[in-house]
Ligand binder design. Structure first.
Ligand code: MN
Length: 237
């Protein structure tokens, strides 16, 4: 028998992965979905009513910055912006794929949960919004998706009622509760899986509460969701 091994003209990009609580095995990342304006008070601070149907955007998988428990991650202040914002978010990690998943069945597709930051070049995003253009330049840049370790769902506690918060240099910036999601986890998985076939390895950043604001070089962000590992990140020059 002859074994044929695929060879490449360039070295293939490494598999992006996230640590998992309680094991040395890692969660391999396929896609990174994000839910827009999923808390009423954040929708209002962005100039909307908070009553619109859910909508989604992507970040590239290699925008993920995995941070180990108890460690501080580093993100470089990105180019072209003077207004880099933090958006603290619950991240849902998909363990079982599917399309047309019903909300009532959606949690059986969830592997676990983590704390994430949807870092946003707000000035560029606002310019794209104004012109009716895609958001990628504001949302989908390198190191724009820091994430802490994934806690398997069974060990994560009552995520649907967990508090979510982020401090910058020790000061509260965002503080809310997962119960304030406009579209809850089951509901946004139902919407998304009608549009795309979810696959194991997909991450979903579930939206941010009110209080988004700018960070600068040297700032340290500490974010949490009750029941999950805390995420700590420093912005470097
Ligand atoms: Mn967001």
């Amino acid at each position: 028998m002859t074994l044929t091994m695929t060879t490449y003209v360039l070295p293939p990009a490494p598999q992006v992965s996230v640590p998992v609580v309680g094991t040395t095995e890692r969660f391999p990342v396929r896609r990174v979905y994000c839910v827009g304006r999923n808390y009423e008070e954040h929708a209002k601070e962005m100039g909307f009513t908070g009553r619109e149907p859910p909508f989604f955007f992507f970040k590239p998988a290699d925008a993920v910055v995995p941070v180990n428990a108890g460690e501080t991650g580093h993100i470089a202040y990105p180019s072209l912006t003077n207004n880099l914002h933090h958006e603290i978010e619950l991240v849902v990690a998909i363990g079982k794929g599917g399309k047309n998943i019903q909300a009532a069945d959606a949690l059986s597709h969830v592997y676990g949960y983590a704390v994430g930051l949807d870092m946003t070049r707000r000035d560029l995003q606002n310019e794209m919004k104004k012109q009716g253009r895609p958001w990628e330049i504001g949302k989908s840049f390198e190191e724009s998706a820091p994430i802490g370790p994934i806690t398997p769902a069974a060990q994560a506690g009552d995520i649907a009622n967990a508090s979510i918060w982020v401090q910058v240099n020790g000061q509260d910036r965002q503080r809310s509760n997962m119960s304030k999601l406009i579209w809850n986890i089951g509901e946004f998985i139902e919407y998304m899986s009608a549009a795309w076939e979810l696959q194991p390895g997909d991450l979903i950043y579930s939206g941010t509460p009110e209080g988004v604001a700018a960070v600068v070089v040297g700032d340290t962000l500490v974010g949490g969701v009750d029941g999950l590992e805390t995420l700590r990140v420093t912005v470097t020059g």
